[in-house]
Write a protein that binds this ligand. Sequence first.
Ligand SMILES: NC(=O)C1=CN([C@@H]2O[C@H](COP(=O)(O)OP(=O)(O)OC[C@H]3O[C@@H](n4cnc5c(N)ncnc54)[C@H](O)[C@@H]3O)[C@@H](O)[C@H]2O)C=CC1
Ligand SMILES: O=C(O)[C@H]1O[C@H](OP(=O)(O)OP(=O)(O)OC[C@H]2O[C@@H](n3ccc(=O)[nH]c3=O)[C@H](O)[C@@H]2O)[C@H](O)[C@@H](O)[C@@H]1O
Length: 473
Amino acid sequence: MAPIKVTKICCIGAGYVGGPTCAVIALKCPHIKVTIVDLNQARVDAWNSPDFQLPIYEPGLDEVVRAARGRNLFFSTDVDKGIEEADLIFVSVNTPTKKSGVGAGFAADLNYVELATRRIATVANSSKIVVEKSTVPCRTAESMRTILEANSKPNCRFDILSNPEFLAEGTAIADLFKPDRVLIGSLQTQEGLDACAALAGVYGNWVPKDRILTVGLWSSELSKLAANAMLAQRISSINALSAICEATGANIDEVAHAVGYDSRIGPKFLKASVGFGGSCFQKDILNLVYLSESLHLPEVANYWRQVVDMNEYQKRRFSKRVVDTLFNTITGKRIAVLGFAFKADTGDTRESAAITLIKDFQSERAFVNIYDPQVPHDQIWADLAEASPLTPIDTIKKQVTICSSAMEACKNAEAVVIATEWKEFNEINWEEVYAHMNKPAFVFDGRLLVDEKKLTKIGFTVNTIGRPAQERV
Ligand SMILES: NC(=O)C1=CN([C@@H]2O[C@H](COP(=O)(O)OP(=O)(O)OC[C@H]3O[C@@H](n4cnc5c(N)ncnc54)[C@H](O)[C@@H]3O)[C@@H](O)[C@H]2O)C=CC1
Ligand SMILES: O=C(O)[C@H]1O[C@H](OP(=O)(O)OP(=O)(O)OC[C@H]2O[C@@H](n3ccc(=O)[nH]c3=O)[C@H](O)[C@@H]2O)[C@H](O)[C@@H](O)[C@@H]1O
């Protein structure tokens, strides 16, 4: 049989993954028409905006969309047309943690995946390769196949692939241009392998062959959860060690450096922090915990749960350190929180550690000034309202002020808390900040960002994650 040639791709879901991933496919494959569809009109409008005010902030994304949009890259709310036209469909919808029902708080909510799958079954008039791009529990492809086959029209066949995405926000375009690997899982039938070869052919336009890994469907699905769980586990491990450092006088940067020098361990992902955030680490580990429990493997479930528990502990430990250091009370004191996004170079705030810290400061009745260079103010208010559902937004607004610069946030504050490692926080004029703060002035560095010695010399008392407090000299 001649290899399947992909000429039209549809991606369902124009979010942080579907948007950048398929924009890069369009850029690198000018011979393929790529249509990204979404039910969210505002999001699609932003992708189509004449001045390229895209719905997500991602370095380099703008250039990719400028080069391909209108040529072979299209954004639309016409989901049915996108499905009908395409020979390969990515399902890149959200799979958040379930909020209610069986598995609430742990299991992935597969409702969006199911709705998208049902839509494909209803609309498709020709055979399609359907690709799971969303992160899903192991064996979700089987449910998708059952739904598609039960609802398909005669002469329509569906081949399901798993092609999880490994990009990280903030470096999405670089990751997509030069991925460590592209993983494609398929059934090991001839049809499955043919579909796999077709998708590998798409990536083959720019990804070297030896970086395209082809495996079985279930291995592919599980590998995505495993990769995120192991990355998060490294952060929880280094954060657990940071607590020992603070208590003993060891320095977490030195420990991470020494440990990471072992080529079997490696230096990446060993940066102690105020806790990992982002839409996926916690969700995917909880998903793995749920999967393990469903498989009657409680020891395995407990093992992975600890990674999330340690992360919660790290956040709480940090806010407690702020309160303890400020003479056991922050009531009525002003705390400047620098950074609200869950990491630098993104405007995404999902599960950001900053939200937990600010909530803790609010419950201690402190005043909080927030500054983030990318997160829209409306998003900050929405996140704070969601974090404290019983507190009216007007009450929150009496305690919290959103500022338009780091300097403005620090004015008249007792303490500065660095929650996100934005580069611009390296360039803060700390002498000027110090001059405008109440004394004694404290800096709590949750991201190992500031030069402790320099700040201490200025007069600050500096508390850095994973190091004992530096007293004023
Ligand atoms: N955010 C990230 O960096 C990464 C996310 N992932 C995974 O990728 C998946 C998508 O994540 P994000 O892009 O961050 O989510 P997102 O929430 O930014 O985007 C999902 C989009 O799908 C749309 N959608 C939902 N149901 C739909 C339907 N039936 N028809 C059309 N559109 C529909 C939503 O309106 C939304 O715009 C998740 O499973 C996530 O775990 C994987 C790797 C990285
Ligand atoms: O499935 C996903 O959603 C993605 O999740 C992560 O990507 P992302 O969450 O975008 O960002 P990371 O760079 O992994 O950072 C996650 C969190 O860990 C924190 N972190 C990271 C590294 C580190 O050494 N220390 C640390 O505290 C970051 O500040 C951030 O809060 C993975 O890195 C991606 O491979 C994966 O595709």
